[in-house]
Write a protein that binds this ligand. Structure first.
Ligand code: GLU
Length: 294
């Protein structure tokens, strides 16, 4: 009988491989539409192609706009489309304490100041955290940080808001914290968020976080040439399912729109994993009506 040698006890520590981790990061402020599904598909394909894991984060910090019924439908729609995720979903609405502790760290470093400015100019800069047009007027006022003010960060790029006067956290602040917390190594997000990349990278450096690789998914356009939205018609996945589309037929149309395949024939997400290698990440938009009835 063949004798197998006894396994030797190794003196070296075991090797730990760093798992590549991607993410779905939907905002549950409406039903998932084909544009969202297309971004989720690319995120899923990219990480599956690399043999990594994908986690789900529900970006529900805006309690006015986000609804439980939309979160529920995100779960249903992703699973229907075969876009499964690993681990338990993370909810931004549960993470106030984490965001606060990062804010406290920045306060200790004297990088935060309160700002009482309001008006059109500031509203604009708050929306996109583009603070080029805000000159840091309040920096010298030393307003109390626990007052009814926006809290701004001092950076070489300007003074982006991290928390608004109504205590709402800004997207760029929490997304950077959560990407680090979930150990995200690969981000796929809509091309419309590209303008946020440099500020987020700056925040990461300030906080000592690793930088993930970032890719952009094309924007699905409506008939008018703008970003596809509810006003363009019934464009949610649910609407298509109601009209008799199957997840595979929808997937086929989305894949054709992304040039992952030549025709719109039905397919599953799994069928597309190898096609990702030839995907053109510079593709910035898709005319929705070329691939789906609106
Ligand atoms: N929550 C954002 C959205 O639904 C995505 C944010 C991100 O990918 O950084 O568009």
């Amino acid at each position: 009988m063949l004798k197998l040698p006894k396994a030797k006890q190794s003196n070296t520590a075991p090797l730990y491989f760093h798992t590549m981790t991607g993410r779905f990061a939907p905002t549950p402020s409406g039903y998932m539409h084909i544009g969202n599904a297309s971004t989720a598909l690319l995120a899923w394909l990219q990480i599956k192609n690399l043999g990594g894991e994908i986690v789900l984060r529900i970006e529900d910090i805006d309690s006015q706009r986000c609804k439980k019924k939309y979160t529920k439908s995100v779960f249903e729609d992703l699973l229907k489309m075969g876009l499964n995720w690993d681990n338990k979903p993370l909810f931004q609405s549960d993470r106030n304490q984490h965001y606060q502790s990062v804010l406290d760290f920045l306060i200790r470093k004297d990088l935060i100041f309160a700002c009482s400015c309001n008006g059109k100019m500031i509203r604009k800069s708050m929306l996109n955290m583009d603070s080029h047009n805000y000159m840091g007027t309040c920096m010298k006022k030393n307003l109390p940080l626990d007052g009814p003010y926006n809290l701004r960060l001092k950076t070489w790029k300007g003074y982006p808001v991290v928390r608004r006067s109504n205590k709402a956290w800004s997207y760029n602040f929490v997304v950077v914290i959560d990407d680090a917390y979930q150990k995200i190594t690969h981000i796929v997000r809509g091309a419309d968020l590209q303008e946020c990349d440099s500020l987020q990278e700056h925040l990461r450096r300030l906080l000592g976080y690793d930088s993930p690789s970032i890719y952009h998914a094309p924007i699905w356009l409506g008939p008018g040439g703008g970003k596809l939205s509810k006003k363009d018609g019934p464009i949610s996945l649910k609407d298509y399912f109601k009209k008799g589309w199957t997840p595979e037929s929808l997937m086929g149309a989305i894949a054709a729109g992304l040039n992952l395949k030549k025709d719109k024939s039905p397919c599953s997400a799994k069928d597309l994993i190898n096609s990702l290698e030839s995907y053109d990440w510079n593709k910035s938009s898709v005319y929705s009506s070329d691939f789906l009835p609106l």
